[in-house]
Design a protein around this ligand. Structure first.
Ligand code: NAD
Ligand code: SER
Length: 318
């Protein structure tokens, strides 16, 4: 039996991952935590600053925690507003979680990395697992450092840390929290609301993306894989689909022909242009059988269906 602690559980990924872990392990075995309160949370919730090792240790001991999913972080776009503050949160929380996990003999830790670890000097058309890592954002630098520390804690202390380089994650269940790929969630909401979407990424900039359901399944699958299958101890490349803003708009227009886009690229365009277009995730496919289930068309149908349902439900409540 696992008792699970999640940091950053109120975020885009945390909300969905928490519900999935509750469904697998039971509501009494999953402790969701965040810096911000969540009064309507259905299950066990606590306010926890993930940069505080002693608070994490106290939580581990009080609830006999055996696994940690460390999601708390400041993402790429938001991070550029306060580079040193972002470094502080991302690295302090990483060390606090890894140290608390090591000292309290936690069995497994999940720490998500990102496509942001890559910089402009890779083969952007198909970025391999072992490409050069020279990111241009403080967020990317913190993820590269985090990956290397994850490997260090595994080699030095045997702490079983598993990590994925998530692409941009697209889901209907939650809203994104300050990333460069957030446009690919916002666009669906604007399409359902019948509004023009003003995209902050240029029409032809291609980025790797993944549907939330696939991202969550990958997370569960890597965490449940036998230890001997996990051969990459920094972080695995993870791929699903890649598209440009004009391609996603075209697929939405097949469902909603009146949908319109305009483009006003801002500072996030420079970040996007420094990231890969397509990711080579063959080691993940070989080592623990990763295979995505959604492509752009299938995801778009599901996103539009679910978001429309949410807005209709909100109207009924009013
Ligand atoms: P998010 O910004 O939506 O959520 C982050 C959460 O962390 C927020 O609820 C915030 O309140 C919380 N938080 C911030 N500082 C904290 C602290 N000191 N203590 C406790 N909680 C704190 O982010 P997300 O999209 O859910 O991302 C989760 C993880 O996945 C992050 O590590 C991120 O780097 C990684 N990731 C996400 C994506 C994506 O597209 N969403 C892609 C790649 C990697
Ligand atoms: N979606 C994330 C971001 O844009 C990638 O890590 O920051």
């Amino acid at each position: 039996m696992a008792n699970i602690l999640i940091t950053g559980a109120n975020g885009q990924v945390g909300k969905v991952l928490t519900a999935k872990l509750q469904a697998i392990y039971g509501k009494n075995s999953v402790w969701a935590t965040d810096l911000r309160d969540n009064p309507n949370f259905d299950g066990k919730f606590g306010i926890l600053d993930a940069t505080e090792e002693s608070a994490i240790s106290a939580m581990i001991q009080k609830h006999q925690i055996t696994e940690i999913y460390h999601l708390a972080a400041i993402l790429s776009a938001k991070g550029e507003a306060n580079p040193l503050g972002t470094w502080d949160v991302n690295m302090k929380s990483l060390f606090a979680v890894f140290e608390a996990a090591r000292k309290n003999k936690i069995q497994k830790v999940f720490f998500p990395s990102s496509i942001a670890v890559f910089g402009p000097n890779v083969n952007r058309a198909l970025t391999p697992q072992n490409a050069n890592l020279d990111p241009t954002t403080v967020y990317g630098i913190s993820k590269v450092a985090g990956e290397n520390w994850a490997n260090y804690y595994f080699q030095r202390y045997g702490l079983d840390i598993r990590s994925l380089r998530y692409p941009g994650i697209i889901g209907y269940q939650s809203l994104p929290g300050g990333g460069t790929t957030d446009y690919a969630v916002e666009i669906y909401h604007k399409a359902i609301l019948g509004e023009t979407y003003d995209c902050f990424i240029a029409a032809n900039t291609k980025l790797p993306m993944i549907f939330m359901d696939d991202a969550i399944r990958a997370t569960i699958e890597i965490m449940q894989a036998p230890q001997e299958n996990i051969k990459t101890r920094t972080a695995y490349n993870l791929a699903s689909m890649s598209f440009t803003p004009s391609e996603i708009a075209g697929v939405i227009q097949k469902e909603i022909p009146a949908f319109s886009m305009k483009y006003t690229p801002d500072f996030r365009q420079d970040i996007a242009a420094s990231w890969p277009e397509v990711i080579d995730d063959s080691p993940a496919r070989q080592d623990w059988n990763w295979k995505p289930a959604y492509d752009l068309e299938k995801m778009t149908k599901e996103m539009l269906f679910q978001i429309e349902k949410q807005y209709n439900k909100a109207l009924e409540v009013e």
